[in-house]
Design a protein. Structure first.
Length: 220
């Protein structure tokens, strides 16, 4: 297969598997999505989705959030981990939203990256999922699969994002980044990986990745 054929096969397979694409983090507007994505750093979406309703019951907008102290926010979100940093970030960005943006989340990645505890990936997720603006946020699943599929060298997420944007048409970015995440979770995880079920990697995967998989299976 040529690189273009591999890209087409990947897009076609993901579309067949995920014609309708659920958004992993539960939210009702750009603000609650921003907070949820911030909370998801080094945590799981399942865990975050259990905690956000407790937080949003008390404050689901920046005006109510700043009425809570950093310590009150921290107590609520402790189960997601990194609560000292995340609680300061949530309180701090809420204050900035009120002071600079009339309580509304901006649509520009560059502006979002100026908020405390908001990095490039978080900002990309928000503009993509909340506003429908093309972006390709790279998480661990996308980083892993882009390498397994031979679409990126796997050195870092910055390079992986550049490679993804170069390979895939811009109008597909918002769907594809979610489809790849779901595929990575269900068919091509980091642990407990079964290549026989991973149709994309089995068909187009980097040769040394596939060979290493079978070599490991034989030695067990």
């Amino acid at each position: 297969m040529t690189k273009a054929e591999k890209v087409d096969f990947t897009i076609k397979t993901l579309r067949e598997l995920y014609p309708e694409i659920p958004v992993p983090l539960e939210h009702k507007d750009p603000y609650t999505l921003l907070v949820a994505v911030l909370m998801s750093a080094r945590s799981t979406d399942v865990r975050v989705n259990k905690i956000t309703p407790l937080l949003f019951e008390k404050a689901d907008n920046p005006y109510d959030m700043v009425k809570l102290s950093v310590e009150e926010i921290r107590e609520i979100i402790k189960p997601v981990g990194l609560s000292p940093m995340k609680s300061k970030g949530i309180h701090g960005l809420s204050k900035i939203l009120i002071e600079k943006y009339d309580g509304k989340v901006p649509k520009e990645i560059e502006l979002l990256e100026e908020f405390p505890s908001v990095g490039h990936k978080t900002a990309s997720v928000v503009v993509s999922q909340a506003f429908g603006i093309p972006a390709f946020p790279v998480d661990t699943h996308i980083h892993r699969l882009m390498y397994r599929w031979g679409f990126s060298n796997g050195k870092n997420v910055v390079q992986t994002e550049k490679d993804a944007k170069r390979l895939f048409s811009k109008d597909l970015w918002n769907d594809l980044h979610l489809q790849i995440i779901w595929y990575g979770r269900e068919y091509s995880p980091a642990r407990g990986w079964n290549l026989e079920k991973d149709i994309i990697t089995k068909t187009i995967g980097r040769k040394k990745v596939v060979d290493a998989y079978y070599k490991t299976k034989k030695t067990r």
